[in-house]
Design a protein around this ligand. Structure first.
Ligand code: GLC
Ligand code: GLC
Length: 812
């Protein structure tokens, strides 16, 4: 069952009922000011950091769901309604929400009044715009009232939700004309405030939540709107400051009136904060608000946002016979890659924004799907991430985006982390050809006195694995590898202890076959980077180490039918036929195979067949089977989840593309695509009532076959699935892969996929690639011509002097 439809021409998903199975959200903002907004106008805003500079309040895990947002109330006689339906939930005569690329729109009607709303964050300002247009579709004059509503967060979202003994006394605001200023803590150590304004004279305001709602009432029936019909002019002192405007609107038959609301973040220099005693300096707010006073201003800013995205989404475009793939490749998958790049795993409807900052491993992987869009931002991110590495090559697992400092609560010891840095840097250099990044001086643990070149960072990443091997010559796992929940050195017996950080955590015995697979893949990419810098001795050393690891995997990481997952702290196998539960895992099989381990020996094929046989289910490839049914002290968090959920036999969408990529490595296009389809939003849209999360983006986890409701998705938006699926579809299935020498075109498609065309902008050159598949094969390039000239192999020689290149590839 569907709750809307894709409008590909407008790059929108159109939601046709507010009663979606879960709130279906969108992200507004590309640079530093961000808003999460649901189809019923729930959500919140922040500047740069969802924990430290939260602008409006949200209540996670609340009843009813999706509580608090930026609401507009329309009072039309005795009827009160919201264009987004929540929070009053008056039945609407019609409702539509269009989530687009960086904006959302609503079109709703009630009793002859039409409300159209457009919400977005302009490209270069730290604010969001909500343009509300009200139209009178009746034959009679209408006198209605429009109320706006936001609830301020007192900046630090963590403190805001806990420290009430203080917070109930600190709230402060100022109101001047139509602008409400939220200035809590500005009197002491903050130099920033928030504004909420509208481009018209107002007929009232409130800034005290209690005054607006009335005692024992909430945002679903504010006393001011529902009873009094008139704001009280309250000025908040402590308690809960809000921002409410009242506008009395008179509409002749057929008349439309438009209002531009701006909610923004403003900063003053520390030594120039005040206009007069305790009166905040308004200059930055005045400057900001002056830019958005008319509908023309809004149109201009909105056009700039659309231009920005038109340009980004023209870098990789596909025309094929498959609408669903076109839609994911051209629109939604790339859009999600931008969002995951911006957010890492910090702020979503499942990530509270106060828990995790940027993940070392996560952000490096997010880069893989983003780097083609804005390489300069990827470059900056790489330097930030690498700056949190330690001198021995290990790394802080997370860092806070505002401070860019490593998070010492979690610390280091996740032994896959270092290798992901190689993955990120390699992707950047292959995309851009910019080897200068390798010579940048980058600190360790943010200490510039210890800086070395980035290439030296990569060497230490590589050597971290070389220097930290266990009894089988396989990499030590530490606190966990990619699977945060495989905690082989933790042995936690008491609730509340962190599975990752408790106990010895970094034991000398437990080993990861998955990290071995990574080492083989990224060890080779490291060797190629060394070669680019002319260091052939280092490249040779690296390849020797890779070979040693390859052999170790085949010797002790192979279980007869598939790759073992790991060895525990007693050196017992995990993910082996010898085990009672957890006999086979996805990660080692996907990654070792995609790294090429066992391909020539025929073992990769065997492993992938076993994956299909044991891990496949209707909704995707499960992470392991059989599920753990009891808690295993020696395995940690993985066995803490009920069977079928999360890392315990859920479908962890992130690693489905690894298996799909591995299938392309051995040339099985049908199977690669079958896996691609199973978790692909454009395909799962049909079962939205089961899947529940947004049908336009990937979610982290879908409940596996053992779960109570198999196929139910959770944790949408912020997942490495976005980047990995985009790599899978764009670079492996469609096969346009950036190498150091130029783009290679080597598709691996399912039978019947047909001919297709790809436009790819790469290092300043536009490639118009036409792929023909006359014999309907899954893989193989029979011929390639570049501007009419035949070329050997499948790499298009890079020629910077050309602006546009026509490439024809014939498969066969
Ligand atoms: C989450 C984490 C990611 C981890 C995965 C598997 O998505 O963000 O870092 O790899 O879970 O545990
Ligand atoms: C939990 C989750 C896992 C996530 C981790 C982050 O363990 O199951 O997916 O990566 O938390 O700390």
């Amino acid at each position: 069952m569907k709750f809307g439809y894709f409008d590909d021409a407008n790059r929108e998903y159109v939601i046709t009922t507010p009663r979606t199975p879960l709130p279906w959200i969108n992200y507004l903002g590309c640079n530093s000011y961000f808003t999460l907004i649901s189809n019923t106008c729930g959500g919140y805003s922040f500047y740069k950091d969802a924990k430290l500079l939260r602008i409006t309040r949200y209540r996670y895990n609340n009843v009813p769901a999706d509580n608090n947002g930026k609401y507009f109330y329309i009072k039309d006689g005795d009827t009160v309604w919201n264009p987004g339906w929540q929070p009053v939930k008056t039945e609407l005569d019609s409702y539509e929400c269009r989530h687009g690329i960086g904006y959302s729109k609503w079109n709703s009607k009630k009793n002859g009044i039409k409300a159209s709303m457009l919400s977005f964050v302009p490209m270069d300002d730290t604010c969001e715009i909500h343009q509300v247009k009200l139209t009178n579709d009746t034959d009679a004059r209408k006198d209605i009232k429009l109320f706006s509503f936001v609830e301020w967060c007192l900046w630090n979202a963590d403190d805001d939700s806990r420290n009430f003994q203080r917070n109930f006394s600190t709230g402060e605001v100022e109101v001047i004309d139509s602008t409400i200023y939220h200035k809590t803590e500005y009197r002491e150590r903050r130099n920033h405030y928030a504004v909420f304004s509208v481009n018209t004279k107002i007929d009232g305001f409130d800034t005290s939540r209690d005054a607006f709602f009335g005692a024992y009432r909430d945002n679903s029936n504010p006393e001011v709107v529902c009873e009094k019909g008139q704001c009280t002019g309250s000025i908040a002192h402590g308690w809960a400051p809000v921002g409410v405007h009242q506008i009395n609107v008179e509409l002749a038959p057929g008349e439309t009136k438009s209002f531009v609301f701006v909610l923004g973040y403003c900063e003053n220099p520390d030594n120039d904060k005040w206009e007069s005693k305790n009166v905040i300096k308004k200059d930055p707010a005045n400057k900001l608000l002056a830019k958005y006073q008319t509908d023309e201003d809004v149109d201009k800013a909105f056009a700039a946002l659309n231009d920005y995205w038109n340009n980004l989404l023209s870098i990789y475009t596909l025309e094929s016979n498959n609408d669903k793939v076109n839609r994911m490749v051209n629109i939604w998958n790339q859009y999600q890659c931008m969002v995951t790049f911006n957010m890492s795993r910090s702020a979503s409807y499942f990530e509270s924004g106060i828990g995790r900052g940027m993940g070392f491993r996560d952000s490096n992987q997010d880069l893989l799907g983003f780097v083609h869009l804005i390489p300069e931002r990827a470059r900056e991110r790489i330097i930030d991430i690498a700056s949190t590495q330690f001198e021995n090559g290990s790394a802080y697992h997370q860092y806070q985006p505002l401070t860019k400092r490593g998070n010492s609560d979690i610390g280091s010891g996740f032994n896959d982390d270092p290798l992901w840095l190689i993955a990120g840097v390699s992707a950047y250099v292959r995309e851009t050809g910019d080897t200068s990044i390798l010579n940048e001086q980058v600190p360790y643990d943010n200490d510039m006195s210890k800086a070395t070149t980035l290439m030296e960072h990569l060497k230490r990443s590589f050597d971290f694995t070389v220097n930290n091997k266990g009894p089988h010559g396989l990499p030590l796992i530490g606190r966990a590898d990619w699977n945060d929940c495989l905690n082989l050195n933790c042995f936690s017996e008491h609730p509340g202890e962190s599975f990752q950080c408790f106990g010895p955590s970094e034991g000398p015995v437990a080993e990861s076959v998955f990290i071995a697979g990574m080492f083989v893949k990224y060890g080779e990419e490291y060797a190629q980077l060394a070669e680019l810098l002319g260091d052939t001795a280092e490249a040779e050393r690296a390849r020797k180490e890779v070979k040693v690891m390859y052999d170790a995997v085949l010797k002790d990481g192979w279980d007869g039918e598939w790759f073992v997952r790991a060895y525990d702290a007693y050196s017992h196998k995990i993910g082996s036929k010898e085990c009672e539960e957890g006999k086979i895992f996805i990660e080692s099989n996907g990654f070792c195979s995609l790294a090429g381990i066992g391909v020539k020996e025929g073992l990769a094929e065997k492993a992938l067949d076993s994956v299909k046989k044991h891990l496949d289910c209707e909704y995707g490839v499960m992470i392991l089977q059989p599920a753990y049914t009891v808690y295993h002290l020696e395995l940690g968090e993985i066995s803490s989840y009920p069977p079928g959920y999360k890392e315990n036999a859920g479908i962890f969408c992130h690693n489905n593309p690894w298996v799909s990529i591995a299938e392309t490595v051995i040339g099985r296009g049908d199977r690669a695509f079958e896996i691609y389809k199973k978790t692909c939003p454009a395909y799962t849209e049909e079962i939205s009532e089961i899947h529940k999360t947004e049908p336009y983006v990937y979610c982290q986890m879908v409940a596996g076959a053992d779960a109570y409701i198999p196929g139910e998705g959770k944790n949408s938006w912020l997942t490495g699935t976005a980047a990995w699926t985009f790599c899978n579809i764009s670079q492996y299935i469609l096969g346009v892969y950036p190498t150091h020498k130029g783009l290679s075109v080597d598709p691996c498609v399912p039978h019947g996929f047909g001919d297709f065309r790809i436009t790819r902008k790469f290092r300043g050159v536009t490639y118009n690639i036409s792929v023909k598949n006359p014999s309907d094969v899954e893989k193989g390039v029979k011929s390639m011509t570049v501007d009419g000239t035949a070329v050997d192999g499948c790499v298009i020689p890079f020629d910077a002097s050309k602006k546009s290149v026509d490439v024809e590839v014939v498969m066969g």
